[in-house]
Design a protein around this ligand. Structure first.
Ligand SMILES: [Zn+2]
Length: 210
């Protein structure tokens, strides 16, 4: 009996999520009663040709998940879901996938199915979805900032009202007066010529008056 050849595939990282989803779906249907996760674990490996970062079956399964992995949970999978190598700063554009024999799954049949399903158009739809999720996260952050800004305004208004009705700033028992330190002021008019412009932007120091 001839040895089953080890199959490989170069996968464009922009298609990584679509590829993982299609692969997991194809393995699940080909596995029948066998454990699809075990087949993915023993049969699927991928490696970055540049930095040699490796992916295993469970990474492929996580990439195929319905939600893109969050950066806090897995920076590697988050980067992969965005179409980049999982290693920070690696600029690889594709991964080399290897499929070791994993009966009862016939990788040639599974890959034929995956190749037909994974097209650049399919991945664009996925990218649009990711962009939408990012926009939602940004909107959430903006709302939080707006609430904080609103609270700050309310506090300032309360403080202004307190001062206008004769109160002092809480925790500052004694009002202090400040005078400018003459040494730190620009020497205007000494030479008659305007001072060199950098001097006007120099930080000035202030001393509390006795
Ligand atoms: Zn890499």
């Amino acid at each position: 009996m001839p040895e089953t050849p080890v199959l490989t595939r170069q996968v464009d990282l922009r298609l990584a999520v679509a590829f993982a989803q299609s692969l997991v779906a194809a393995v699940r249907s080909a596995a029948g009663s066998a454990d699809a996760l075990a087949i993915l674990r023993s049969g699927v490996h991928a490696e970055c040709p540049q930095c040699h970062l490796r992916l295993f079956g469970e990474d492929v399964l996580a990439l195929a998940g319905s939600e893109a992995p969050q950066a806090e949970v897995s920076p590697k999978l988050h980067r992969l879901a965005q179409g980049f190598c999982g290693r920070q700063d690696c600029e690889a554009l594709f991964y080399e996938f290897t499929f070791d024999p994993a009966p009862p799954v016939d990788w040639a049949a599974v890959l034929a199915q995956v190749d037909g399903a994974v097209t650049p158009e399919a991945s664009e739809a996925g990218a649009a979805e990711t962009a939408l999720a990012d926009q939602k996260a940004i909107a959430k952050k903006r709302t939080r900032l707006r609430v904080l800004a609103g609270l700050a305004v309310v506090l300032l208004l309360l403080l202004a009202r307190h001062l206008m009705t004769g109160g002092t700033i809480p925790f500052l028992r004694e009002p202090r007066r400040f005078t400018a330190d003459p040494a730190s002021l620009p020497h205007l008019g000494e030479t008659g010529a305007p001072p060199p412009s950098p001097a006007t932007n120099k930080a000035r120091t202030f001393r509390a008056a006795p």
